[in-house]
Design a protein around this ligand. Sequence first.
Ligand code: NAP
Length: 283
Amino acid sequence: MGARDLVVTTKAFVIGHPIKHSRSPLIHGTWISQHGLDASYEAIDVAPDQLPAFFKRLRRGEFAGGNVTIPHKQDVFALCDSVDPLATSIGAVNTLVVQDGQVHGTNTDYLGFLGNLDAEMPGWSERLDTAIVLGAGGAARAILVALQSRNVGSIVLLNRTRETAEELAAELAGSISVASLNAFNDVAPLAGLVVNTSSIGMHGSRFEGLDLATLPSHALVTDIVYTPLQTPLLAEAEARGLAVVDGLGMLLHQAVPGFEAWFGVRPQVDKPLRTKVEATLGH
Ligand code: NAP
């Protein structure tokens, strides 16, 4: 047997259902080629009832780990051998690392959100008194915990269904005030940051009744929706001269810790990667 036959490809994956839309194979594939690694990253469609069987495959050591996306971010909790305190406080796992037949769960959306804002708007969280978070779904969890980690004075969570926001705020430790979306114009004059974590902005949808003129001129508006890259919210904020950060950087930055854990190299989020992924997004 030649030395060539002994090389073992390190494999990683993203699981979801459906999974065809995922940009993760493009992101990780770009980094694998950039670093000349003998590695692979594949998208695998795993239906909810197939998750336990997939975890058996993981424990056999076929993969170094992978990403988890909708609808599995909460269901994998019960299947992991351990989940770190951060993912536990967020209540969602998006990254798995397999070591010695054990599957460890973590959450990198938190770091993706912070990494994106730190890169695009350095110092954004210094002296930030009030942040408005729009939407109280799965993605809002990591963002609320991330904002709490930066000691934001006051977090106001606004959601179409107020009860969902109340349940989420009660589940997360710390103080988060809750109201429905139509409270935006009352809270906005105090806000230094607005984060849209809801799915509004996708498929041509837009917020009704949010008056961005009520925000202070120093406010930063960011959207985690990245299809389209410039959502109606960001377009309006930019037209009003407010600072804006789009959601693609969050997707790119959340991929960094997983890649490093599976393949042992810390990759960079750079302009060529962003341009490559941006080319796959609708306008
Ligand atoms: P989700 O769990 O389904 O939550 C959706 C949220 O949007 C809920 O708060 C929901 O409010 C609200 N919403 C939906 N339709 C609405 C409407 N017509 N009017 C008002 N509110 C509405 O979704 P998610 O997983 O949190 O994801 C949300 C978005 O974030 C998606 O577009 C996703 O692609 C994006 N995302 C981006 C990244 C990134 O890396 N940039 C990461 C994760 C997610 P109700 O509670 O009232 O239903």
